[in-house]
Design a protein around this ligand. Sequence first.
Ligand SMILES: Cc1ncc(COP(=O)(O)O)c(C=O)c1O
Length: 348
Amino acid sequence: MGYFRDNIEDMGGYVPGYQPESGDVVKLNTNENPYPPAPAVMEALAGIKPEQLRRYPDPVGNEFREAAAKVNGVSPENIMCCNGGDDLLTIAMRSFCNSNRTVAYPVPTYSLYPVLAKLQNCKAIEVDFDKEFNLPAKLSSSGAALTIVCNPNAPTGSFIDTAELASLADELKGVLLIDEAYVDFAEDNCAGLVKKFDNVIILRSMSKGYCLAGMRFGYAIAAANLIEGMMKVKDSYNVDTVSTVAATAAIKDQQYFKGNVEKVKNERKRTIGELTKLGFEVPESFANFVLAKSKDYKASEIYDKLVQLGIYVRYFDLPGLTDKLRITIGTRQQNDKLISALKEILAK
Ligand SMILES: Cc1ncc(COP(=O)(O)O)c(C=O)c1O
């Protein structure tokens, strides 16, 4: 008998995007925000007292819950703090799924979902998106204990209307988790659904719109009964004092947040235009990345050549994605470097 459970022995782990050690590269591969966090975040961090580090953190992060509740028009009891959005995905999988209780999600999507399903020894029902990435009708009849819809979806950047997700929540017998890690860059969100449906969980991340990927902080918005149940499953101190202080300062500074998101959206529009001029097919994106399809060149070759020029984007060797590159929206300067490098590569 091996040391590990069979499902762990048999699986590959999640493969995160490459984190180059040298800072002297253009890093457009893991959907980080290219701008620094709000000055208020750095001030709040500088104000942390030794006593705050000596003590254990608030196990539920009440200060953050209050601030996040205000921003989302819900009550603090509808918020659960998490060690990044990924922590919420693990908590949800452990709360609702096992070898008899399945998870379902449309594909292609975030490649962590199947990894978490394998860890939990639970069957994953993968339902194909159509070419326009519409919500697959079959999703509502999968019988899954947990259905996950990533919206805006990664890595496609596509967006499904709130009304459609409301209908799905209504039809499902199990829980619907809407992964809104990228929703800060979209025009609408599903937070309002938690007031109407007791089976909806919204995932939010502080890594993207709030520039705090290095901090590891995310949160759930859901009906109080779901939050209470998931609190039983989470690690007792799943968020630390330092990240709670930073995340609270970040979410309170809505003016900085909104300005930052506008900058990313403007650059997204410009970059899509430039990529299209170079002959890429780039569907509309509601996230801080775009999925560019190369019509004449192999995406994997373009990827390799970009790496040689010190530019990192993301290539997925997965069904439906092998002819595409996912490119994070960077600063104007970074995006310009990418465009000139692509011009050089495609000219050869
Ligand atoms: C679709 C999606 N969901 C959730 C996350 C989790 O983000 P984090 O754990 O950084 O909050 C990510 C991170 O890239 C993501 O792409």
